[in-house]
Design a protein around this ligand. Sequence first.
Ligand code: AMP
Length: 431
Amino acid sequence: MSFDTLGLKAELLRAVGEQGYTRPTPVQEKAIPAVLAGRDLMASAQTGTGKTAAFTLPLLQKLSEHTGPRKLRALILTPTRELAAQVHENLRAYGRHLNLKSLEVFGGVNINPQMDKLRRGVDVLIATPGRLIDHLERGTARLDGIEILVLDEADRMLDMGFRPAIERILKHVPKKRQTLLFSATFSKEITGLAQRYLNDPLRVETAPPNSTVEAIAQKAIRVDQNRKRELLSWMIGAENWRQVLVFTRTKHGANRLAKQLESDGLSAAAIHGNKSQGARTKALAGFKQGKVRVLVATDIAARGLDIDQLPHVVNYEIPNVPEDYVHRIGRTGRAGRDGLALSLVSGGEHGQFEDIRKLVKVNIPTEVIEGYDPIEQPSRKAATSGRPANTGRSRQSKPQSKPRSNGPGNANSGNRGRGRGRSQGRNARAA
Ligand code: AMP
């Protein structure tokens, strides 16, 4: 299947070609013709599936067919400012040969420049719900000309408590419109939202909910909490990882780890909700340009980050909510590229990790690294559910997965050419 058969106009096909895309992803293949035909859409697609292009390409096409004075005709709602910025970046890239104006509005930055730009006229607005409400209250944005509404990462917006805000915004949008809803999963709440606001939507399901993408190699290492940082620094150096996204549970933990990694000589930055927008944008830009080697993030801050070719994701702390694991590792191996998702599991996190294994239904191989043998006993209780954990499995896997024959990098990922760097690293460490 090629992009040419989807009904997109030449200007868009040209932009897609310039992005280097050769084939549409499954969600693009299904969504693009349906949206062009005017249908409402309800798609389960995570970051990494190409969902952004799936809605921006047909949206741009529909807007470009219109003649007449410029007015706000498309609204894209996103849960976070990072996602708004990234959707906008994609929209600009795909729309570069069209004469359309777009604007992103989110909180945490001065509202005045946004007001000026809105006054001068835009075709597409990408907004987080809170800031859009500010504009509605000030009368600086009018939504009565909206023809296409996109709810991106709708599940996240509900998780973040934006339901009342969304409902308020929808009161300003004409009933006669096209609505596209994207969500990682179809929960009861999402289905309810769709029933209320969508008109006979086409349902597109790309991957079964909560299954992890096959291109991602998953691996776990049992290690004591107090030795995780040392192990992480060593692995980054020994395996020569150039770009790694590391997840911690708390903002404080993210800051502390980034500082410690810096003191280990690795360029690192933390990204989380307490940082100013400027600091977050700077950290992300540094990471994308390769100036920052390790980006340490909390779950909320990382939601929707669009980073190309991200080869390594590390769960420095195991998420409390198993679904967050799926979101986290969705940052790697995107759009068909290989990725490695590594979890560092302490004795106390054993139960939580068992819950994750059950959810993803993949037997994530667990190993112990020589010199980092855990002393902590695996706890029997899952931290969140209190269910008894299967303590047998990890102990069994320990001897057979000693890295002498099966170390980091090749446990579940075939020949990735990491062996050399690793053994150098081990020697270096032993020396
Ligand atoms: P998304 O799921 O929208 O966050 O997109 C994930 C990544 O895949 C982005 O970096 C896109 O630039 C990239 N991408 C989107 N569509 C394609 C495609 N058809 N072929 C290759 N890469 C793509």
